[in-house]
Design a binder for this molecule. Structure first.
Ligand code: GLA
Length: 388
């Protein structure tokens, strides 16, 4: 922790923080761009995340400040809010918007946020701030919402307040994550199981390409649209309500119904990725990490060539990983278009992997990546220790 957050709160608001909440970020082991197609995904919460320190005020206002950003907001308690510009505080503002709309009685709050998730890295800093805010408001104002209702509220913020048509994976993972477990989540039914993420002799390494994401939102919404087109085409003969109800055998039989080649590629990724998650779950349960790693590479190549959400930076990381005998699997994680990749690296080779990858990547891309070895942590909650 780079900051003493309690001291910062005291400095900012001239009083003690009464509560500290934390929500993690997430990585997704496999199952990419299929949550909004009713697919299976396998995310884990990470130990990086967003801290939210708060205390009530008697001024009838919400004050939002962040250690990470200069822009701040003071806004009276009212019935509805609107997104203003592109500032970070639209995420908590969106949560409060839906909280107020639900008729809960609120009091003024002074809030200080701090996040150690690199922004724009694809590790879900936005879901993290949404969920920590929703959780805190629910606790402080006795909202009575279940955790799943808070997750759905946070997703609504992303979809309707912010305007990104994302699925439920990120908000779900940061809320329900468990230490050393991956969540096997069915995004259609929202049933999930926390499975042991036992990686044996390997560690999960997170590689931030440090490529600023550009046009990610519009490209993301375009992919969602393409999947809907594929679904409509298939529904001419199939009684399905999402693409992930199919497996590759059935899909091959009906794919002629999709006319557009790009749309066909997108759907092929979706259906094959869902099949891969099922195989990956089996491999993990059988401790077959070689097979798990193979599926990670296959997932990446599908995202690269069929779904086209990778890029030279992410591809370079995976390209290097595939040549390193101490790496068993690698892929981009999250929405793509920059952001992070993950790799399963032999425990005792992490330093040499980091060094060699950094050299390879820098020579090709012109700047260095950041490499973390991640700890898989818990989901959202209140922190009671005074250590932050
Ligand atoms: C983003 C979205 C998620 C999911 C991933 C891709 O992180 O927020 O809902 O679609 O991209 O798997």
């Amino acid at each position: 922790m780079k900051h003493n957050l309690h001291q910062e709160f005291q400095k900012t608001y001239g009083k003690e923080a009464a509560h500290t909440f934390f929500s993690p970020g997430r990585v997704n082991l496999i199952g990419e761009h299929i949550d909004y197609n009713g697919g299976l995904v396998m995310p884990c919460a990470v130990t990086l995340g967003t801290y939210m320190l708060t205390a009530l005020n008697n001024d009838g206002v919400f004050r939002f400040k962040s250690i990470n950003f200069n822009d701040e907001l003071e806004i009276p308690i009212q019935n509805a809010y609107q997104k203003t510009g592109n500032s970070w505080y639209n995420y908590p503002l969106g949560v409060i918007h839906y909280f107020v709309k639900s008729g809960k009685e609120l009091q003024g709050l002074d809030i200080l946020y701090y996040g150690d998730i690199p922004i724009g890295s694809g590790l879900s800093s936005s879901a993290s701030i949404e969920v920590v805010t929703a959780y805190a408001f629910n606790e402080l104002f006795k909202g009575g919402f279940s955790k799943l209702e808070l997750v759905l509220m946070a997703k609504k913020v992303e979809n309707e307040f912010i305007g990104l048509n994302s699925g439920i994976m990120d908000q779900f993972a940061v809320a329900f994550g468990e230490e050393n477990k991956a969540l096997m989540l069915d995004c259609d039914t929202l049933d999930y199981e926390a499975v042991d993420s036992n990686l044996g002799d390997y560690v999960l390494s997170i590689i931030n390409t440090n490529k600023p994401r550009k046009l990610a939102e519009s490209k993301y919404n375009e992919r969602v649209q393409e999947c809907q087109t594929a679904l409509k085409d298939l529904q001419r003969e199939l009684d399905i309500s999402n693409l992930c109800e199919l497996n590759m055998t059935i899909f091959d039989h009906y794919k002629h119904l999709i006319n557009d080649t790009t749309v066909l590629n997108r759907a092929t990724h979706v259906v094959s990725e869902n099949d891969r998650v099922k195989l990956a779950a089996k491999a993990l349960a059988a401790n077959d990490l070689t097979e798990f790693g193979r599926l990670m590479y296959a997932s990446h190549y599908s995202l690269q060539h069929l779904y086209e959400v990778s890029g030279i930076e992410l591809d370079t990381v995976v390209e290097y990983a595939a040549t390193d005998k101490n790496v068993i699997g690698a892929r981009m994680t999250g929405a793509g278009f920059g952001g992070c990749a993950i790799a399963l690296v032999k425990k005792d080779s992490l330093d040499s992997f980091t060094k060699a990858l950094t050299e390879y990547y820098t020579a090709k891309i012109g700047y260095a990546p950041s490499v973390y070895s991640s700890l898989i942590g818990n989901g959202v909650g209140e922190l009671h220790e005074a250590s932050v």
